[in-house]
Write a protein that binds this ligand. Structure first.
Ligand code: UDX
Length: 456
């Protein structure tokens, strides 16, 4: 394409990327890598041993492990997420710095020299370490612009009394973050709110001190206003380069788990828009009570469904969770249960009529890009923000409610799949998909980002 050629007859330079080792962060970072490589930049991925990406999927990139030593339990799903992020930042700072320094030392002409480093937005220690080595650093935010903006506003929200979140103010609209209410702000149940705020403050401080740019996996058609407000607040440029998985011509699969592709053949046997896809992403867990209500609600809805039940995704169980007594046969007569799905392929399948989702940002973008409406069950962190935008800003989602209970589940599922409300949000989702298609077809955001990387 002419666009690509324009940018890169340039001298070959290298970009070094450092993803956070979780599914929802690895995929967007490696999609960004694909896009930059397609524009002529050489790519080195520094990575942790924990949840290491598979180098075989990208022979065109150099992969370098940083060889971190994590404290015991730091990366266990039982450890709360804020504690995991703090531990990862602490344990990876020095190994990351050493790996980056030896990469710089080992550079010999005609090796492409390092133009800049891109670290995941949660790596506040790596941001400082790379900048300390004299390199320009950009930070990739893997959440929405609305979430990022709400994080930047945290100190003001504390002064205005919204934080710590108070029960009596839960339904109050947060004036500067419309349409978010206090209940939609990032929170992590079971985590100390002070620790979460402290973590967000470290991330924001590191970014303000060390980042030469912010990269966001979103696009103007859905978050134009939020992006403008972010740019007003930052002293470095912000680049909205999303939806990253759609910007790639043939986005590679970056799953940490092997997807069960038999579900695609199962979907082939179903009429268009008849199947509900159910998945709570790569991290969220539910209690056994909620799992049981989900199972009975799905079974009694009368709707065919494809349900991802990840091993370990029900609190207190190891391995694949067992269906509740009596529900197994009912579930299997109408549904297909898999441990991990090829989600992008599933959402693109014409048999899918809606997505019961935890509203992680990648899942949100993937459903928007396929025109699939969402039944929202946010679990933690930024998912409440995304759910609010899906249901109240873009009009492409319905809420499942705070309490998951079988009769309500069955009724809401039927409303979504066969009711007028479902038709309404499905039509809106179809329109939003067209806007996403338009954005993908016309965006120059990656080219602008690449040019900026070569200029700093
Ligand atoms: C969490 C946050 O909620 C998210 O907003 C943040 O930016 C990253 O961390 P996660 O639980 O991983 O994310 O959800 P999500 O962001 O939706 O990412 C999950 C990814 O795994 C998606 O790309 C999805 O396609 C993929 N996936 C999930 C599969 O490929 N198969 C599955 O069965 C389930």
């Amino acid at each position: 394409m002419a666009r690509d050629d324009q940018v890169y007859d340039a001298v070959r330079r290298r970009v070094v990327l450092f993803p956070l080792p979780f599914q929802g962060h690895i995929s967007p970072m490696l999609h960004l890598a694909e896009l930059l490589h397609a524009r002529g930049l050489a790519v080195t991925v520094l990575h942790t041993d924990f949840n290491a990406p598979d180098p075989a999927r990208h022979p065109e990139f150099a992969f370098v492990p940083i060889r971190e030593t994590l404290p015991d339990g730091a990366a266990s799903p039982e450890t709360d997420i804020v504690a995991q992020l703090l531990a990862l930042n602490g344990a990876c700072e020095a190994p990351f710095r050493e790996a980056l320094a030896s990469l710089l030392l080992g550079q010999r002409p005609p090796d492409p020299d390092v133009a800049c480093v891109v670290v995941d937005g949660q790596w506040y220690t790596a941001l400082g370490a790379a900048s300390g080595l004299g390199l320009p650093v950009l930070t990739l935010r893997t959440e929405s612009a609305a979430t990022f903006r709400s994080m930047l506003a945290f100190p003001r929200l504390r002064d205005a009394g919204y934080l710590p979140i108070k029960d009596e103010r839960l339904d109050e609209l947060v004036a500067e973050l419309d349409p978010l209410r206090a209940r939609d702000l990032i929170r992590i149940d079971g985590s100390d709110e002070d620790a979460l705020r402290g973590f967000i403050a470290r991330v924001a401080d590191a970014m303000r001190v060390s980042a030469s740019g912010v990269v966001l996996n979103t696009f103007d058609a859905i978050e134009g206003l939020e992006l403008a407000k972010i740019q007003d607040e930052l002293s470095c440029p912000a680049f909205a380069v999303g939806p990253l998985h759609r910007m790639c011509r043939a986005p590679a699969e970056h799953s940490l788990h092997e997807p069960d592709r038999s579900c695609l053949a199962w979907l082939d046997a179903h009429p268009p828009r008849s199947v509900l896809y159910v998945s709570l992403g790569s991290v969220a867990n539910v209690g056994p009570g909620v799992f049981e209500e989900m199972a009975w609600g799905l079974a009694s809805s009368g709707v065919p469904f494809l349900w991802v039940v990840r091993p370990g995704s029900v609190h207190g169980t190891e391995g694949t969770p067992r269906m509740p007594d009596g529900a197994d046969e009912e579930v299997r007569s109408r549904g297909k249960v898999v441990a991990w799905a090829p989600q992008r392929g599933v959402l693109a399948h014409e048999a899918i009529g809606a997505f019961w989702s935890h509203c992680g940002w990648n899942s949100t973008l993937e459903s928007v890009c396929e025109g699939v409406p969402v039944l929202a069950q946010p679990c933690f962190a930024d998912q409440t923000v995304n759910a609010r935008y899906l249901t109240h800003q873009w009009g492409v989602g319905l809420e499942l409610g705070d309490v998951i209970e079988r009769a309500t589940v069955a009724e809401t599922v039927r409303m979504m799949m066969t009711g007028k409300e479902g038709d309404r949000v499905r039509e809106r989702a179809r329109q939003l998909k067209l806007q996403a298609d338009q954005c993908v077809a016309t965006s120059l955001a990656i080219d602008n980002l690449a040019q900026y990387m070569l200029s700093i």
